[in-house]
Design a protein around this ligand. Structure first.
Ligand code: ADP
Ligand code: MG
Length: 500
């Protein structure tokens, strides 16, 4: 990642130390917080949105919505959002730093070591995820009393972090997804994520609710226990087909170490029909913790810490060295620089707030408007009819899946998600009971694009098959006819001779 070449620099009132992830949409940095009268500092994570997206007004609105959803969440199993703003034409969010890795990274490292998390640790980690998410699902804004009805919608091992002490935190509550990404990137972005969709995403007239997240938590638990994803396939269509059918093999058959009792809990969370899942994540968590302390009464969260420190000793030591190097950087010149900038701004009559020139007005009525918009987003059908039918048609109607079609569906689902966000934003709801008529949503033009594409591709596939198989079959047919004629002639000759 070229971290060694990274030169510490100031960004707003933060000292960027290195970058953790350089994604298509944002870069995530580790940073130290600077202040004018600095006596102490701490490490934070900063998500800086690339300039091209930061300058897009729709994206900016979505980013602010993401902040509004995440900002009030304060829970030990959620990475807190501390601050947000707009600096050097880039939007940014400052997050509680998790000194560890995401669960995908931990899983990959363990796989390399040909092992996986012990059952009790996987169960404990999942119970922590349940606690963080259950809190978010039931979150009520303290200052307005408004219930947000948050659904994360993007739970996967990538969006769950664990520090090297074994503290688990859910990240990425954003509803702002790569609005302005290219189709290529969008396809790439959804690619890894398609495996974590719940079956109701592909069902008719479904209004997603918190049980959508529960299915994904079940998939995460599956992955922690089995060391591999449940829904996999050569292409997205194969994965979608598995999700649609949701026929889940018995974990005990795949891994004899899994106790039958845990299998029952896991399969309940992965029920195709969400009515059969746990009522909420609190119930899922209770089942997990009951199982944990009945079967592993001596388990203590420190065991997870010890496991991580043993398994990842090298990574931890490398990380510590790096952090200590960051500690050696003299913050004083950067603090001076910050002071100068603030003084210059003061002289010009610009206060620090303008440095984060965001719409920070949060009157109750504004909040209500936002909550309604957010809920409408959550209440919309997962896929509108045209798209869902197309998916169904492709899942069941097409045997040959070309790479192009596969790419199209990925990009398509991604665009559909964005379309919903955009649509919901353009139609702020009035006060009063919300009657949700998701079908009234204007059909995105893309439906037609996709339909055409599907029809085109499907026709192409047929033609391709006819073109390829036609001549062969015709030859075979001819041969059979010749053989039959020959047999008839020989038989006739024998018959005539014999009769004569
Ligand atoms: N608070 C944090 N502390 C440490 N690393 C983080 C933090 N937030 C994100 N990351 C790292 O950045 C990655 C992407 O972050 P995320 O917020 O999920 O962004 P994206 O919207 O690109 O998915 C995470 O998987 C993790 O590796
Ligand atoms: Mg993420």
């Amino acid at each position: 990642m070229g971290e060694s070449e990274f030169k510490a620099r100031r960004f707003n009132r933060y000292l960027l130390l290195d970058h953790l992830v350089d994604g298509g949409m944002a870069t995530i940095y580790r940073a130290r917080e600077l202040s004018e009268n600095m006596v102490a500092d701490k490490i934070v994570a900063i998500k800086v949105i690339k300039e091209v997206h930061s300058q897009n007004s729709d994206f900016k609105d979505m980013f602010l919505d993401e902040i509004k959803v995440a900002f009030g969440l304060v829970h030990p199993n959620i990475s807190q959002t501390y601050h947000y703003g707009d600096c050097d034409n880039q939007l940014f969010a400052v997050l509680e730093y998790v000194d560890g890795k995401n669960l995908k990274e931990f899983g990959d490292l363990l796989k390399k070591k040909e092992t996986s998390f012990p059952v009790e640790m996987a169960v404990y980690m999942t119970s922590q995820i349940c606690q963080g998410l259950d809190y978010a699902h039931k979150f009520t804004d303290k200052l307005s009393g408004l219930a947000f009805n948050i659904i994360h919608r993007d739970i996967s091992p990538h969006n769950i972090m664990m520090d090297y002490d074994g503290i688990v935190k859910v990240i990425d509550f954003g509803i702002a997804k790569a609005q302005s990404n290219t189709e290529e990137t969008q396809a790439g972005t959804i690619k890894g994520k398609i495996s974590y969709l719940a079956p109701e995403y592909l069902q008719e007239n479904t209004v997603l609710d918190h049980r959508y997240d529960q299915f994904a938590v079940g998939l995460v638990l599956w992955e922690l226990l089995m060391g591999k994803q449940l829904f996999t396939g050569k292409n997205d269509m194969m994965i979608l087909r598995q999700i649609y059918e949701c026929k889940i093999p018995k974990p005990t058959k795949l891994n004899p170490k899994i106790p039958a009792e845990l299998e029952k809990i896991l399969l309940k969370s992965l029920s195709k029909k969400r009515e059969k899942r746990y009522k909420d994540l609190d119930q899922f968590n209770r089942a997990l913790t009951k199982f944990l302390y009945t079967n592993y009464p001596d388990f203590n969260s420190n065991d997870l810490q010890s496991f991580l420190q043993k398994m990842f000793a090298k990574e931890i030591s490398k990380n510590q060295k790096k952090l200590r190097k960051f500690g050696e950087i003299d913050a004083a010149p950067f603090v001076e620089d910050l002071k100068e900038e603030l003084a210059a701004r003061k002289n010009k009559g610009i206060n620090e707030q303008t440095m984060s020139s965001m719409d920070t007005a949060d009157s109750v009525s504004k909040k209500r408007e936002f909550v309604e918009r957010y809920q409408k987003l959550s209440n919309q059908n997962a896929l509108n009819d045209a798209i869902r039918d197309s998916v169904k048609q492709m899942v069941f109607g097409s045997t040959s899946i070309t790479d192009d079609l596969d790419k199209t569906i990925s990009a398509f689902i991604m665009r559909q998600r964005q379309q919903k966000t955009a649509t919901s934003k353009k139609q702020p709801q009035k006060d009063g009971p919300k009657k949700i008529k998701p079908k009234q949503e204007p059909k995105p033009e893309i439906d037609e694009d996709l339909k055409e594409m599907i029809n085109g591709t499907k026709t192409d596939i047929k033609h391709e098959q006819e073109d390829e198989e036609g001549p062969k079959r015709q030859k075979q047919k001819k041969l059979i006819i010749y053989a039959v004629i020959l047999v008839v002639v020989i038989l006739s000759i024998i018959y005539v001779k014999f009769m004569a």
